[in-house]
Design a binder for this molecule. Structure first.
Ligand SMILES: [Zn+2]
Length: 119
């Protein structure tokens, strides 16, 4: 894995690195795409934006917002499949019900070692 003294986000320019200026691997919450690094909140936004680009323009308003939220949940689940639904729900500012529904849809169940979901 690539190491950098400072990682800086290609989208919002926030940066991350070790205090002592030694090269470090990509922060665990960051993602890379096409050689560029993105912080967690930009990674989320990018995942949602990408999903929006695939939607036909006829889908607007509330339906679009709903699908955007879903894309965000999907991103968050695939990023940390072992997180409890309520953790993902709070990261995406949504309900645990919504997270559970998306989880069913994309078929990434909580691993059996994780704490039981609160439902
Ligand atoms: Zn960023």
């Amino acid at each position: 894995m690539r190491s950098e003294v400072r990682w800086s986000c290609a989208r919002c320019e926030v940066s991350a690195g070790q205090i002592d200026d030694r090269p470090s691997p990509l922060p665990p919450t960051w993602t890379t795409s096409g050689g560029l690094a993105y912080c967690l909140s930009c990674s989320r936004a990018r995942a949602a934006d990408e999903a929006m680009e695939l939607l036909p323009e006829t889908i607007t308003g509330e339906a679009r917002a709903k699908l955007r939220r879903k894309a965000l949940i999907r991103f968050e689940i695939s990023r940390s499949p072992d997180s409890a639904n309520r953790v993902i729900a709070s990261a995406c500012r949504t309900s645990t019900m919504a997270v559970a529904a998306v989880r069913d849809e994309i078929d990434i169940p909580l691993s059996t070692g994780a704490a039981p979901a609160d439902n």
